[in-house]
Design a protein around this ligand. Structure first.
Ligand code: ACM
Length: 664
């Protein structure tokens, strides 16, 4: 593991325990076979020799209430699988053998979330500056143990060993998020908690909770009971298989304030901040159905309903004083539930059609010197920002809040690619990268016939991992990037198993981008560690998408290599085809603006065609028939085998992809 840096022992040499820290190697040898397979990859790790064994007799030592709280959480987290919870003991530096010491050292310089972890044969020492660091060290400790530690029931015949190792770790970004859309589908509290638990294991720290939608308002607001009495119920949902038809079944669900508070506390215990999203001025059909006077009542055919189909709807809030008062009341209750400094006000996909038609809205624009409905949106968001700022909170919104002028203190969540992040950072506003090109985890992740229905798109694991969230930003503006976030829009995610399938393992790739240093980022290395990490998910019954068999690609095509004209291209694939047999050659788009079209593929040796498959294949946004089935009756051993294919990139030359070969 070339990226294991020499561990810095200097810090520990200042501690009284230094004399007990025997056995830790200060240099790294080739120990890839036994190296801990941690996800996300820690900033620095050095493997030593020997092991620490956790047993019934082990204790977790902690002194202060904060240390004890983190120590107790860790002890409880290993109890289900081990059958014992180590006692939390306050004899810091005590005599007890096989102890794990949790210590907060305000002078350690490890930052808000960093930690230093040292495993020696009889002692584990964890130091952090803040409680969150101890928490993340606990997550790492769990990953150092056998993967069975993640099982919910007692595992017999497992020796709970971890390798002697030294880790110094801290996150690359402060914002490492996942967004859950509880609007399109309602996820019951146990599912939400499970989602949060899994986030914590990946060292994710922001749970963006999308609570209001056209298809359902999901949060109890005491002053406006109809929001949930009326707004949380839709008459039906898009039908299975026939999405333009209704299923005829009413759908409902909302979170009481007590439940939402419980989620906030549950998340806080896992050092996850819950950022609530209350959508405005669009995606507001459910609220407007509950209180029709809040909408643009003076437009033709005004008939709001809690929507029963997916999509974008014209129902926006009207810019009335009554509406602003309503939203302020709602946000007052939201602030009382959610202590997060940042509140998400939505802002996306608010059609301007009703405002452009509404005599009231037009008059409002004229009176307020707003030259168009985009400026009205900006007025709307800025006014709500002012209210939230006055209450000590900040706003974040989807990148449409840039249109018509950004509110003065707003952060921007860039979802329509990276352009929102570029524009906002150029205006010196904080940004979160949530691009649909890489971080929409509701998009498809595979091309097989067995893949479940999704909203569309194609964001395979490799894409999530390899996407560089800083790439589009001006170098001097990268400091405005607060971090990364994956989106789980729930039109086609109706339950927890599907949610987990969409989220995992891609959220692991996102988490590693958010946590691990950019330097040393390597997909093949991640993919190898993931092999172990999915066993952790499996042990706790996560319905993750199985990993594709990803042999190293035998060939690639890159941006600029193939244009719109049909060309024949060749790749030397001798290393994959050494004998007669049946081979499936797959052309897999990975990124770029343009798909690759293939009209045939063949294998050649010395200019002689060994096998050929002629059919039209596509790979990219519309992947279809991209596997070429080649039957090789005989070949000359030791001589070069060429793959030749006739290809073109559709619409331009920005296509990138990989070719893999499977013998069948
Ligand atoms: C969004 O996907 N409408 C933010």
């Amino acid at each position: 593991m070339h990226r294991m840096a020499c561990v810095r022992l200097a810090y520990f040499s200042l501690l009284p325990l230094a004399t007990t820290l025997g056995g830790v190697a200060t240099t790294v040898q080739a120990q890839t076979m036994t190296a801990p397979q941690l996800v996300p990859r820690p900033a620095q790790m050095a493997l030593g020799q020997g092991t620490f064994t956790l047993s019934k007799k082990s204790a977790v030592e902690a002194l202060t209430p904060e240390e004890k709280s983190e120590a107790a959480f860790f002890a409880a987290s290993i109890a289900p699988a081990t059958g014992f919870a180590p006692a939390v003991d306050s004899r810091v530096g005590g005599r007890r053998a096989d102890a794990i010491n949790f210590r907060i050292d305000p002078a350690s310089g490890l930052g808000d979330e960093g930690y230093h972890l040292q495993v020696t044969p009889h002692r584990v020492l964890v130091v952090a500056q803040k409680p969150a660091g101890l928490f993340y060290a606990g997550q790492t400790l769990r990953q150092l143990l056998p993967t069975a530690i993640f099982a919910p029931t007692v595992q017999k015949n497992v020796v709970w060993q971890m390798p002697v190792v030294s880790i110094e770790d801290k996150p690359r970004f402060a914002w490492r998020g996942l967004m859950l859309d509880s609007g399109r589908h309602f996820f019951p509290i146990p599912a939400v908690k499970r989602f949060i638990d899994l986030m914590a294991q990946q060292k994710l720290n922001i749970f963006h909770w999308h609570l209001t939608e056209d298809q359902g308002w999901r949060l109890e607001i005491k002053k406006y009971p109809k929001l949930t009495e009326v707004g949380s119920v839709r008459a039906e949902s898009p039908g299975q298989g026939a999405r333009n038809k209704g299923d005829g079944t009413p759908y409902r669900g909302f979170y009481t304030q007590a439940e939402a508070r419980d989620v906030v506390a549950y998340a806080a215990q896992r050092h996850i901040t819950v950022i609530p999203e209350i959508e405005m001025p669009g995606h507001a059909s459910a609220a407007i159905t509950a209180y029709p006077q809040l909408g643009n009542t003076d437009v033709p055919d005004y008939a709001p309903q809690v929507q029963t189909r997916w999509g974008v709807f014209p129902y926006t809030y009207a810019p009335k004083e009554e509406t602003f008062a309503f939203l302020e009341d709602v946000l007052r209750e939201v602030m009382a539930i959610f202590p997060s400094k940042i509140i998400h006000i939505g802002g996306d996909e608010a059609p301007k059609t009703q405002w452009d038609k509404s005599p009231f809205a037009r008059d409002f624009m004229a009176k307020n010197g707003l030259k168009d409905s985009h400026e009205l949106q900006s007025y709307f968001i800025t006014r709500m920002e002012k209210f939230l700022n006055a209450n000590g909170r900040q706003i974040i919104g989807w990148d449409e809040i840039l249109e018509g002028g950004l509110a003065p203190n707003a952060s921007v969540m860039s979802w329509r690619g990276e352009s929102g992040a570029v524009a906002a950072s150029n205006q010196n506003h904080p940004v979160v990268m949530a691009s649909n090109g890489a971080y929409y985890l509701d998009y498809g992740q595979g091309r097989g016939a067995n893949e479940p229905e999704t909203i569309g798109g194609f964001v395979p694991l490799r894409r999530v991992y390899t996407f560089d969230p800083t790439a589009a930003l001006a170098p001097e503006k990268v400091s405005f990037l607060r971090g990364v976030q994956g989106q789980l829009w729930a039109e086609y995610i109706a339950d927890l198993p599907k949610l987990e399938y969409q989220a995992y393992p891609r959220a692991c790739a996102l988490a590693e981008t958010g946590w691990s240093p950019a330097q040393g980022k390597d997909y093949a290395d991640f993919r190898a560690r993931l092999q172990t990490h999915v066993e952790r998910l499996r042990a706790q019954g996560v319905n993750f998408r199985p990993l594709d068999v990803e042999g190293a690609p035998v060939g690639t095509w890159k941006s600029g290599e193939v244009g719109q004209e049909w060309v024949e291209k060749t790749w030397d694939i001798s290393s994959s085809i050494a004998k007669a047999g049946t081979y499936d050659v797959t052309f897999q788009y990975t990124e770029g603006e343009h798909r690759l079209d293939i009209s045939w593929a063949q294998l050649e040796q010395n200019g002689k065609v060994l096998a050929r498959d002629e059919h039209t294949g596509l790979t990219g946004g519309a992947t279809k028939d991209n596997v070429y089935h080649l039957v090789v009756p005989a070949l000359t051993a030791g001589e070069k085998v060429l793959l030749r294919a006739r290809v073109r990139a559709d619409g331009g030359s920005d296509s990138n992809g990989e070719i893999s070969v499977k013998s069948g």
